[in-house]
Ligand binder design. Structure first.
Ligand SMILES: Cc1ncc(COP(=O)(O)O)c(C=O)c1O
Length: 482
């Protein structure tokens, strides 16, 4: 039998090598940041199609080393979407605080899979403290509790699993839904697709979801919500929850949470708020009123990787009654909690989909300790204010049309070219050209009147000049003489 030895692997763990590589990585990242902020890097998203990108990243891994560390890092940086660039104004993924990114490295280095206390004692405590802090901002009572999940999609699913278990009227976790009265929930047609997906995953049928129309400002229409409820009930369904958006993904509109809470109370429904994007406005004296009524929700999803400058992923799922957080993956009826599970608050695996979890809380906790909360409040104020000013600019420009007044830092607008019949096609072409040129990264969305260009101002370096530059770039691309 061959003598077993791992000594040849030890070099990979050489502290000096690690030190050198770490220094050189951080130096490279600092240069990259500098170049991104000073405009030396001209491209936000490299213009390489997926097939071309595949070519650039071969899969012929040989047995022996064949690449240089710095070269590879440089290639990753230039082949990635550069969220550090102030002209990244696309999806709701923030440019994380460099310090928080370093803390993420610490988490990756320690690799404490924090779903159970013994596998991540410090992180478990930090996540508990974060949940308490967030619950305090929401205005929840002392018995509030929750957990961190890998993203808002998993967070929404977790909250809705608890809602279903709590309000289905029987032990659906153990007995299954087969042969029972159909269950459904009510949510606006502007909700994130993760809500529909959760319905599918829960086996309740994505197609059975009651999508409630929105008003002119893309808020859930409370009168039509009532009608939809009656329709669902008269159609034989049991409605177990109503979901509010705070704010919605496409236009960043905040639903009337007080109105939704009243409605949920009247019909004894679970009230969940998808505040993945917008809950961070609680930190802003100017904008926290958008979340009035949030404290009445049974559960809330809040993504730190959207508006708390934290690297992905870090989502808090918070329950007004912390005991409910044990229902998502309950093996018993809600009135028969696993007593020891609740006593073991520190073993999050009782309450999360994931068995191994990354050290999510650490990134936000350390940033909060090191920087304090004011920078986060300022970030909300800055991005929300700038979006409003940008909207005013758009309204002053006859060749642009604002889809709806922004309530958050998400804004949708389109270019109007006299004589053009297919405005949708024009917006799609504009976006393609903008992204292709690489100076800006923006996205698009379909709204009531068709396709719109969509921006999320989520980088504290983005200035009005960048946004005016975008309008100019669009004019250059789409002017009639083209
Ligand atoms: C309102 C809302 N909820 C949920 C999600 C999903 O979050 P995640 O991407 O973290 O899964 C998003 C993502 O954009 C969102 O905007």
């Amino acid at each position: 039998m061959k003598k077993q030895s791992s000594s040849h692997l030890h070099g990979l763990f050489d502290p000096e090598l690690f030190r050198q590589q770490g220094h050189s990585l951080v130096d490279g990242l600092a240069d990259f940041l500098d170049e991104s902020l000073s405009g030396k890097r001209d491209v936000v998203l490299p213009h390489i199609d997926p097939a071309g990108m595949l070519e650039r990243w071969p899969g012929d891994f040989g047995e022996d080393p064949a690449a240089d560390f710095n070269e590879l890092i440089g290639k990753v940086l230039s082949d990635s979407n550069n969220l550090r660039d102030p002209r990244y104004i696309g999806h709701q993924c923030c440019t994380p605080l460099p310090l928080a990114a370093l803390c993420a490295l610490l988490g990756n280095y320690l690799n404490n899979g924090s779903a159970i206390y013994e596998m991540g004692p410090a992180n478990v405590a930090m996540e508990k403290r974060l949940i308490q802090w967030m619950a305090g901002l929401i205005g929840y009572p002392a018995e509030a509790d929750g957990i961190f999940t890998h993203g808002g999609t998993a967070g929404n699913l977790t909250a809705l699993l608890a809602a279903r278990q709590s309000k289905s009227g029987f032990d659906i976790w153990t007995e299954g839904a087969m042969g029972r009265q159909p269950l459904t929930l009510l949510v606006s047609e502007q909700s994130h697709y993760s809500i529909q997906r959760a319905m599918g995953i829960m086996g309740l049928g994505e197609g059975t979801l009651s999508l409630v129309p929105v008003d002119d400002a893309y808020h859930i229409d409370l009168a039509r919500l009532r009608r939809k409820y009656r329709e669902a009930v008269s159609g034989g369904s049991r409605v177990f929850a109503v979901v509010g958006n705070a704010c919605s993904t496409a236009t960043g509109s905040y639903d009337d949470l007080e109105g939704l809470a009243d409605f949920a109370e009247e019909f004894d429904l679970w009230f969940h708020v998808d505040a993945a994007h917008g809950a961070s406005a609680l930190l802003s004296g100017r904008y926290r009123h958008l979340l009035n009524g949030l404290h009445r929700a049974d559960s809330i999803v809040w993504d730190a990787h959207k508006m708390l400058m934290t690297p992905a992923l870090a989502t808090a799922v918070i329950f007004r009654d912390g005991a409910r957080s044990y229902e998502a993956f309950s093996q018993r009826a809600s009135y028969l909690f696993e007593k020891d599970a609740r006593e073991e608050w520190y073993n999050y695996a009782h309450r999360t989909l994931e068995c191994t979890k990354s050290m999510m809380g650490l990134k936000l906790y350390l940033a909060l300790r090191l920087y304090g909360t004011r920078v986060f409040s300022d970030f909300i104020d800055y991005t929300y204010d700038l979006t409003r000013s940008f909207a005013e600019e758009i309204q002053r420009s006859p060749d642009f049309e604002l889809a709806v007044e922004p309530e958050s830092n998400i804004i949708c607008f389109r270019f109007l070219r006299p004589g053009v019949k297919d405005l949708d096609l024009l917006q799609k072409e504009i976006r393609q050209e903008i992204v292709g040129r690489g100076k800006y990264y923006i996205v698009q969305t379909r709204l009531r009147n068709g396709f719109y260009l969509r921006c999320t101002i989520i980088n504290p370096h983005t200035k009005m000049d960048d946004l005016l530059g975008l309008l100019e770039e669009i004019r250059r691309i789409a002017s009639p003489r083209r």
